[in-house]
Design a protein around this ligand. Structure first.
Ligand code: ATP
Ligand code: MG
Length: 208
């Protein structure tokens, strides 16, 4: 992916003064900046060439590019995941600070392919996730309420008692429901930053 493809109408430099003024008053929200990101394979192939961008609270940032352009590679780089065998250069800042792998503490990542325990039902899976992901201040009743709220929002309440299954091996929920379940799992804790690979698959399933 080239810098030109990733750039919006407003440049990083133009947004910096705005971000500087917002940094002091983000009140639990997170502002993400990535500057001059280069990702190289061991054999010397450049997968990302000097990519820069900004994600401001309250805004949706869309990365568009052809298959193989490097969208997933950029998301993995911002989250410092799945980078074995790659060399990464550049700066990644959350609220003006370089946070390294701690970016995961203010974000959630809906990956292009997700892995579930296929023998659980949708509701069982989400209840386990709610126990793991929601703060300990949440009561059991509040956890159930949150799970039911997100299932309703993503139209999964109808299949809440269906087994998730394993594609091609154990019959379970549909591919679209599985994609929505991955999304719901990540929004459960209402993270400040949500990274989503191929989000249009979720939107497409809901519209259809
Ligand atoms: N660890 C790696 N080692 C070598 N090459 C890699 C590695 N990860 C990704 N690539 C290559 O980098 C390029 C970009 O891959 P990436 O998965 O980021 O594309 P994408 O834009 O997400 O594509 P799609 O829309 O098909 O999901 C591809 O040519 C891919 O083969
Ligand atoms: Mg991809």
């Amino acid at each position: 992916m080239s810098r030109k493809e990733a750039k919006d109408s407003v440049t990083v430099e133009e947004q910096e003064p705005l971000l500087a003024s917002k940094r002091t008053d983000l009140s639990g929200r997170a502002c993400l900046i990535w500057k001059n990101i280069w990702v190289r394979t061991k054999s010397g192939r450049d997968l990302l060439k000097g990519i820069s961008g900004v994600a401001v609270p309250g805004e949706v940032v869309a990365l568009m590019g052809a298959s193989g352009a490097g969208k997933t590679t950029l998301l993995n780089t911002l989250l410092q995941r799945n980078l074995k065998g790659l060399t990464v250069e550049g700066e990644i800042l959350v609220n003006g600070q370089s946070v390294g792998k701690s970016v995961t503490s203010v974000s959630a990542y809906v990956q292009q392919e997700d892995i579930f325990v296929g023998t659980l039902t949708v509701r069982e899976h989400l209840m386990i996730q709610a126990r793991l992901r929601l703060p300990s201040s949440f009561s059991a009743k509040q956890r159930v309420a949150r799970v039911e709220e997100v299932m309703r929002d993503m139209m999964l309440d109808g299949s809440q008692n269906s087994r998730i299954g394993v594609p091609g091996i154990i019959k379970g929920i549909s591919g679209g429901e599985m994609k929505r379940l991955a999304f719901v799992t990540e929004i459960l804790s209402n993270p400040p930053i949500l990274f989503c690979d191929e989000p249009t698959q979720v939107v497409h399933e809901i519209i259809c």
